[in-house]
Design a protein around this ligand. Structure first.
Ligand code: HEC
Length: 105
């Protein structure tokens, strides 16, 4: 019985550590919001409601039904009227913005 409790608390401690690390490495939506306001809102709108014809409305979830990596590639290389952000924003920052985009809907 004592042994079971020990195993359980060890597992729990491990899990807590794992969650703490995950959170530390996870995307920062707060930073994403600031980056979006500075780099993307001019076309995609402060609230994600597009102010440019042809740009997706993120507040309706448009353009976001794709994995993060696909969106990262599109933002890096640009798409039609959207400029490329490679060399302007590091991938880490773009991923923060993507995480933020997913909160707009
Ligand atoms: C100059 C205007 C402009 C700026 C600035 C801009 N975008 Fe876009 N964005 C567009 C347009 C237009 C499209 C639609 C492209 C198409 O599908 O023809 C688009 C499409 C997208 C898509 C959908 C991509 C896809 O695969 O369909 C994402 C995601 C996106 N933008 C994110 C961003 C982010 C994040 C930023 C800022 C880092 C940004 N955009 C800055 C105009 C812009």
């Amino acid at each position: 019985m004592k042994l079971t409790t020990n195993i359980f608390s060890t597992a729990l401690a491990g899990l807590t550590l794992l969650l703490a690390c995950g959170a530390a490495q996870g995307a920062d939506t707060n930073k994403g919001r600031q980056l979006f306001a500075a780099n993307c809102a001019i076309c995609h709108g402060q609230t994600g409601r597009s102010v440019m014809p042809g740009a997706p409305n993120f507040d309706r979830g448009e353009g976001l039904l794709r994995p993060d990596f696909t969106l990262l590639t599109a933002i890096r290389s640009g798409k039609n009227a959207m400029p490329a952000f490679q060399g302007i924003l590091p991938d880490r920052d773009i991923l923060d913005v993507i995480a933020y985009l997913r909160t707009l809907h």
